[in-house]
Design a protein around this ligand. Structure first.
Ligand code: PAF
Length: 278
């Protein structure tokens, strides 16, 4: 039976009585097949699955983005129940950020480029809320989608540095049949933008194909991704990156694991995606 909890106290009381290990799936709601895959992974590995549903205001660098973030709690609760989640924590903002809350978790270098540069304050918001969730749930495992590759790296760094007892598990990106990575933001795409959206994955695959043909110049791999994006007139690239997969520093040459990643505007919606090499 899935139980819905609203307060920190309700959550702690419920957790005191559950079987371990506990698997945590932190979400901002508007659940889709990607979240379902995280839930299934948790169900397969952990005795108890906890889902959190909280649209975290601190990680939106624009108020309008927070306001228009899609929400449908009834539907989300039904999906969690279908997937056999044991506990759902769906708190109010004041329950997460308790009165007088005055702490920010700020991760260093790995949070600076890419999404960190494009969305100032975003990763402080993510790291702060995830630290709270890790502290409250004390799960053995927490599951995150690889679509947000930099987020996974930031959270891993934070958990390691702060000696948090939760292992961060990255799970494969789930895609539509045409390659578009699932994201809650896809709902904002108008039909022509939705039709154009697979160009992100196509550009990443072109980057991978060039690498597989032996191309090791990072500049050439970026150019190849940019070339493919340019074939779609609606796509406005924000960044196109070929970076070291551990540090996220932009590379000159690709001699080891590397993260190809991009952020692209389609109308008023900004999508991200990535491909890990090899
Ligand atoms: O990936 C998300 O949905 C959010 O960034 C997270 C990890 C739930 C923190 O609010």
């Amino acid at each position: 039976m899935t139980r819905v909890l609203r307060t920190r106290v309700e959550l702690s009381q419920a957790l005191a009585a559950v079987e371990r290990p506990v698997g945590l799936v932190p979400t901002m709601g508007w659940l889709h097949e990607g979240h379902r895959s995280l839930l299934r992974r948790a169900r397969g590995a952990d005795a108890t699955t906890v889902v959190t549903i909280f649209v975290n205001p601190r990680q939106f660098n624009q108020a309008s983005d927070y306001t228009r973030y899609p929400r449908d709690e009834g539907r989300d609760l039904a999906i969690c129940a279908e997937e056999g989640a044991d506990l759902i924590w769906a708190p109010s903002v004041d329950e997460v950020y308790v009165p007088g809350f005055d702490t920010t978790v700020s991760v260093g270098a790995v949070a600076e480029p890419l999404e960190g540069a494009a969305r100032p304050g975003h990763f402080e918001g993510v790291a702060t809320v995830v630290a709270i969730l890790f502290g409250l749930v004390r799960a053995e495992h927490a599951y995150f989608g690889q679509k947000d590759a930099q987020q996974v790296m930031v959270i891993r760094r934070m958990a390691l540095d702060l000696a948090l007892p939760t292992e961060v598990v990255a799970c494969p990106t789930v895609r539509e049949p045409d390659g578009l990575a699932l994201s809650s933001r896809n709902v904002h795409l108008a039909p022509p933008e939705r039709a154009a959206a697979p160009i992100l994955h196509a550009a990443l695959l072109a980057g991978r194909a060039a690498w597989e043909r032996g191309e090791r110049s990072a500049k050439a791999l970026r150019s190849e991704m940019q070339r493919v994006l340019a074939t779609e007139p609606m796509a406005r690239p924000d960044y196109v990156s070929c970076a070291d997969a551990e540090t996220l520093r932009e590379l000159d040459r690709v001699d080891g694991p590397c993260l190809l990643s991009l952020a692209v505007w389609l109308g008023a919606t900004r999508l991200i995606d990535n491909e890990l090499l090899p």
